[in-house]
Design a protein around this ligand. Sequence first.
Ligand code: NAD
Length: 315
Amino acid sequence: MKVDKRKVVIVGTGMVGMSYAYSLLNQSVCDELVLIDVNKKRAEGEAMDLNHGLAFANSSMTIYAGGYGDCSDADIVVICAGVAQKPGESRLDLLKRNAEVFRSIIDPVTSSGFNGIFLVATNPVDIMTRITCTLSGFNPRRVLGSGTALDTARLRYLLGDYLKADPRNVHAYVMGEHGDSEFVPWSQALLATKPILELCNESGDEGCRGRFDEIEEEVRTAAYKIIEAKNATYYGIGMALTRITKAILGDEHSVLTVSAMLRGEYGQRDVYVGVPCIINQNGIQRVLPLSLTEDELDKLGRSCDTLRESFDGIF
Ligand code: NAD
């Protein structure tokens, strides 16, 4: 991994791709940033716009609209490209079209000689990450998705607010599919080193457990609410992708809930799903198996079954 020229390529310069790019620039995360989109003019306009902000940034980043050949020496290729659902189109048909989009992206990226890490944001992110792994033939440890990283951030924000504590001292995760079958393993939720369920029991507040359930539901439905209000979500995911990128480029060994291939962990295999992982310069250094209860393991199992079914429907 180079430290003198950290290079990121973004494929798909829509709202998500560009929120990520803007966040990368403001946090000075890389030295070279390449923007690729099927709509070349859009990528060129975005590169111009970002470059004009450089004079106000703390970084001397090189930013340009490029082509797949530029992936050859990249550290990370981040895929935010996708097509929107057509009226009346089924979820499976949308998935099939996005699989075709990915075919048109992954083949030229790998043909360039790219030997870095794939990071995927396109939804349904767990399935699209597995597709990326299959199409690229890369070691699954070098292919990850944003998974439940954003959901976990939403959970910590809401729990911090309820517990009147800094969300950074809340250690709790959203696991499973980035979608309807995701869940919070409450047995593993801590404030500093104190189990949150114990805090709840000791508080004498009858409504405490009910509030946790509401928070879990709020996290699960957050994207629907934002989309209803403003048609799309992008700032939060842009910052989540930036956090994952920093962990990779900085060889941080940070624990983040990304979409990772399970190979026996939690009794599951052949599925990409959101689980806490240690992230370093090689991508997923390892999946960190939490001590889930039987009930939580069942929830994870059901989420994995849903994801396997969707994948089998398209491949
Ligand atoms: P958008 O429509 O604004 O942008 C998509 C971009 O992809 C467009 O610029 C389009 O030209 C480009 N594109 C389409 N086909 C392409 C191809 N074959 N090659 C290269 N580029 C291509 O959409 P958005 O709001 O930026 O969302 C992008 C994706 O991110 C969606 O799938 C969305 O659901 C997903 N998303 C994920 C999360 C998450 O937590 N993982 C959160 C929000 C959005």
